[in-house]
Design a protein around this ligand. Sequence first.
Ligand code: CAO
Length: 541
Amino acid sequence: MALIQVRVPDIGEAENVEVIEITSEKGAEVAIDDALIVIESDKASMEVPAPVAGTIEVMAVSLGDVINEGDLIAEIKPYQQTSKSPDESAETAKDNENPAGPTVAASTELDEGQDTEKVVDSGGKHEIEVLVPDIGEAENVSVIEIGISAGSKVNLDDMLVVIESDKASMEIPSPIAGIVLSVEVSLDEVVQEGSLIAVIETAEASRLALEPREIELEAKESIGDSFIETVQAPSITEPEVAQNVYAGPGVRRLSRELGVDLTQVKSTGPHGRIVRDDVKAFVKASMVGGGEAESASVWPVVKVPDYQKYGDVETKSLNRIRVSGAENLHRSWVNVVHVTQHDEADITDLEEFRGSLRKEAEDRGTKLTPLAFLLKASAANLRKYPRFNASLGKDSRTIILKKYINIGFAVDTDEGLVVPVIRDIDKKAIWALAEEVAELSDLARQGQLKPHQMVGGCFTISSLGPLGGTGFTPIVNAPEVSILGVAKMSTKPVWNGSDFVPRKVLPLSLSYDHRAINGAEGGRFMMALIELLQDVRRFIL
Ligand code: CAO
């Protein structure tokens, strides 16, 4: 049985990187994606994961070694291996000669528990069973679209089926070009990780073990937390540093499986890195009494009477976006200590300026609404008042100040409310923001926002705009700590010291989490925002 050689993959322009951690040793059994070693250049550290499940026969590097792209790291004896066609063997030999190429030096079948395809050799052609990949913690996942039928010809990445959870829809692309032999799912069928989707006949099976792939989800996220999963075949993975946690994907997966919050785990690895043993130690400590059972909250339940008694009714199902949106809003409502402040900005000058740009906007093929100015002014304010550009840490004992300024804006769609996020607003011009608002709103209304377009927000604007109202209490989009509600601009008589003059007045409602922000800070934030909106010249300061 051929050993799988794992080599240092493409590490960009980095040279002479140091092995700072050896996470698996000779004789150890590894699952796919388990970290083998961690390497560190002067710019970043990276985890090199096992591309297959198996036993480590050779560990070719030691702690402190300085290595380069193509150097041998380890040899793994895989648990299972498919027979290879002559073509594949030739390809394998070629790959072996090219250390800068794929990091896996032999074609293998991946660990059965974790792969998303199985390969069966049938005389030069191969039958690929395409399975539902890791879908994270998603529940109630069903097939909502089937793009193939038996006999269809598919190319690499052609859509096979679309599955949908209560938070997102995921397109499953073909991992390979070939002919569909059978489709094993039907519309509305509930599926789970590992469910067989289709069998594809191909002559290209060796690609499966050698090339990294990504499956991107097309999420239809509503306000609140997000559903993102990327399914990747083996490739180098930079350890994530989200939530100030330094841990690699293998450790993160283990923590997800065990339901462990990594922010609570004490790290013992180099540079504060959380290793597998840290997660296990945390679980052990919890089991022997260190962990606190989550106290079940007791909410009075609203009784549902038999409405039929009083007249005709019709019961309709809410779609998934509305259901998950309702859950997220409820979660925010019961967890955030809400305060809302209302005020008005005189935007007569801004409106005049905006009006003067109407022709230019048309020439640019975009629409310049007050929202672009509100985004820009909010970004300047978030920079000035960092507590608004923050989230509370666990148990509200820390505040996490974000150095980037990403703002989400609520979009009303037929399917429900979605919140695309515009990144680095402080670095973008008003025109660019107007274009991004238009583009993201269009995608939102077509249900085509991608997961990465709905995450990473620091603050949200909910602009009801022309839909009316003189003010409302927007619900903070937790774990953010503040949100700006914008109601309908109207012309009002305003006293200028000697006369009442007609001015265009925009009602603003700022809600914030009182645990993170106090009332005086809220007042200062609102006043500064109004100052900016009242004098557009300040935008350039
Ligand atoms: N008062 C009066 N008019 C306003 C306004 C305001 N506060 N804000 C925008 N307008 C005007 C715009 O200028 C535009 O008119 P012109 O074409 O003459 O300039 C018109 O109203 C329509 O604007 P729009 O809605 O197409 O564009 P927008 O950039 O203002 O807003 C978006 C984009 C996506 C935020 C909006 O379309 C939307 O979906 N809003 C609803 C958000 C929502 O539901 N919030 C509640 C969430 S809490 O349940």
